[in-house]
Ligand binder design. Structure first.
Ligand SMILES: [Zn+2]
Ligand SMILES: [Zn+2]
Length: 392
């Protein structure tokens, strides 16, 4: 069977170059770069892809100089499958989210695919998406259409459990500036308008609207600027809020209620406010068709999947915005017991177990991409499911 032979060739190809991929992943790990500054990681990943014969384009948009796309076209037309690479690290912690593994697994899967199956029909696309931890790089790339040409998108994230499905919430940051009028707090308070009172009143009002919102909704706020001196009525205060909801649609209702609460509070005091919103993170649409195929391939290489008690909507990630455009999966591979964003996880992402996770995720990504390249039926099924989910 040609298909089985191709799949075992892909697995062998990844194993044959195991040391090379381990070395690349460790090199990125030993040189952690923060969001928007991943120049070195981008160079290492794209150099490798160029050597492998991929056509590379860097700095896809001015705001993301460390983004890239690398394409390889087979001899015949076929699906366009995207492998997503992340490669940013965290301040103080380094690669405590294992993006050194994510970036390398996307590149190694892409290389193995075309080396093991040179007559693959379609196009392999590796998209380098910087600034996952801070900044929402994929949201910016999505807004500029960089995922539009894909038939499916995949990446694999290391963590403390192997799983293929996980929910994530829609969210948006809102920074508020409260404007009042300054006056001496004791001598002539009647001449002042307290921006601080307007802000405190807003916090109270926002807390009070929460029970009336959808149970998935949440609003968290902190005061970032609360005045300068106790004997001065502050004319300028600042706060930051994070609004979350199950869907982007629900989030716009939450936002509306939030602004009503703030607006009413501010008005009652006679103050005013201005707001600045960050990028909107969309909820993740899990593609079960792709997830099942990924699971099948993981099990085929001897990795057990634990999708019991699927955790719905805890955090938010910019992969959600990709999943709004194209059938997407964001599965996880277990590399130990440590949890992400800890020193212990930084150790895990360079450990032997971490490199085993790299090898496994690279194989599962390549094999699942292979299934898509060779089965129009599978691509169509994933797309039909996506259309259905998107219209719900
Ligand atoms: Zn992270
Ligand atoms: Zn991460």
């Amino acid at each position: 069977m040609k298909m089985e032979r191709n799949k075992s060739n892909i697995v062998e190809e990844i194993d044959r170059h195991k040391e090379k991929w381990t070395a690349l992943s460790l090199k990125i790990h030993d040189h952690p770069e923060l969001s928007f500054q991943e120049y070195q990681a981008m160079e290492w990943l794209t150099d490798t892809l160029s050597e492998e014969g991929f056509r590379v384009q860097k700095a896809l948009i001015p705001a993301l100089p460390t983004s890239f796309i690398a394409e390889w076209e087979g001899p015949e037309d076929g699906p366009v499958i995207g492998l997503i690479a992340e490669y940013d690290a965290l301040a103080e912690l380094g690669h405590a989210c294992g993006h050194n593994i994510i970036g390398t697994s996307a590149v190694s899967a892409a290389a193995a695919l075309k080396n093991a199956v040179p007559d693959l029909p379609g196009k392999i696309v590796v998209i380098g998406t910087p600034a996952e931890e801070e900044g929402g790089g994929k949201i910016m790339l999505a807004e500029e259409g960089w995922f539009d040409a894909l038939d499916a998108a995949m990446m694999c994230h290391p963590r403390d459990r192997t799983m293929t499905l996980r929910g994530s919430l829609a969210c948006v940051d809102v920074d508020l500036v409260f404007h009042g009028r300054t006056a001496h707090a004791a001598a002539n308070p009647e001449r002042g308008i307290s921006a601080l009172d307007a802000m405190i009143q807003s916090f109270v009002a926002v807390k009070q609207i929460l029970p009336a919102l959808h149970h998935s909704a949440n609003i968290h706020g902190i005061i970032t600027q609360g005045g300068e001196a106790t004997n001065v009525i502050p004319d300028h205060c600042e706060a930051s809020f994070l609004l979350r909801a199950k869907t982007t649609e629900e989030l716009s209702r939450v936002k509306q209620r939030f602004y009503e609460a703030v607006g009413g509070s501010v008005q009652a005091i006679g103050a005013s406010y201005s707001a600045e919103e960050g990028l909107t993170y969309a909820e993740r649409i899990n593609n079960h068709t792709l997830a099942k195929q990924f699971q099948h391939n993981l099990e085929g290489i001897g990795v057990e999947v634990d999708d019991s008690e699927i955790k719905q909507g805890i955090g938010s990630s910019d992969i959600g915005n990709v999943s709004q455009i194209v059938p997407t999966i964001h599965p996880y591979i277990k590399i130990g017991e440590a949890v992400t964003h800890t020193h212990a996880f930084t150790e895990a992402t360079r450990s032997e177990k971490g490199m085993e996770g790299l090898n496994q995720s690279s194989k599962a990504l390549a094999l699942t991409a292979y299934d898509l390249f060779t089965s129009r039926e599978l691509v169509d099924k994933a797309k039909a499911e996506w259309r259905q989910a998107d219209s719900n």
